[in-house]
Design a protein around this ligand. Structure first.
Ligand code: CA
Length: 225
């Protein structure tokens, strides 16, 4: 999952990056409103953390522009304490949730998990696909109730697919959601990671759709017509 962090305060921005990367997210950062507006308009983020007080262009205007341009990524706004009017204005501008500064990292993570789940039509924190289970809170996967040992990268890949079961996911989409802007992208590595993940899963769970991408589905489900 790829997250954009928009925060002009360098210390907080660095802390957020560390927190999110430590939990398996891929993170891009913007330190002013113009940069945020540009990035959010072109990159397919799974969620955006947006501070409202920003240089060059304020957060609420950035959010309004994104929504007007059709950006649908869930947005969590960061507001100053006691600024209830900021929260109202932010939500009316298209925010999905808010956090008041200062906040606990765990709360931010929980809210982000919920936003990403809901954006993918999933209401519960435990995702299930056939014999496979992923607890998005702990980041632990299991197969038939037995813990599945995955590398950080395999877990990122599986988590993305588990949020979209029975759905064709293009290889380019995986590349876009598993790498940050400043990371080198190579769709061949996706194939390598899919191959490694497959070895740990029952046959047929990750279907290859030739020339297009992959589909995670319970064994025996068959491709939709
Ligand atoms: Ca600020």
């Amino acid at each position: 999952m790829r997250v954009l962090v928009v925060e002009d305060e360098p210390t907080l921005s660095a802390q957020l990056r560390q927190l999110l990367e430590g939990t398996g997210y891929v993170v891009d950062q913007a330190a002013d409103g113009r940069q945020a507006w540009a990035l959010g308009g072109v990159e397919p983020y799974d969620a955006i953390v947006l501070d409202l007080g920003l240089p060059l262009l304020d957060g609420r205007t950035v959010l309004q522009r994104w929504r007007a341009e059709g950006v649908t990524a869930p947005v969590l706004i960061l507001t100053a304490r006691d600024a209830w009017h900021e929260k109202v204005a932010g939500i009316d501008a298209g925010a999905d949730d808010y956090l008041t500064k200062p906040f606990h990292g765990e709360e931010l993570l929980a809210r982000l998990r919920a936003l990403i789940r809901r954006a993918n039509g999933r209401a519960t924190p435990v995702l299930v696909c056939g014999p496979l289970t992923l607890d998005t809170r702990s980041g632990r996967a299991s197969l038939d109730g037995e813990p599945l040992v995955l590398t950080a990268h395999e877990l990122k890949l599986l988590s993305y697919l588990m949020h979209r079961p029975n759905t064709l996911v293009a290889r380019t989409e995986l590349t876009e959601h598993l790498y940050a802007q400043d990371q080198e992208r190579d769709s061949n590595t996706i194939e390598v990671f899919i191959a490694r993940l497959r070895k740990k899963l029952p046959a047929g769970l990750i279907e290859t759709v030739r020339g297009m991408g992959y589909r995670l589905q319970p064994p025996g489900a068959g491709a939709p017509p």
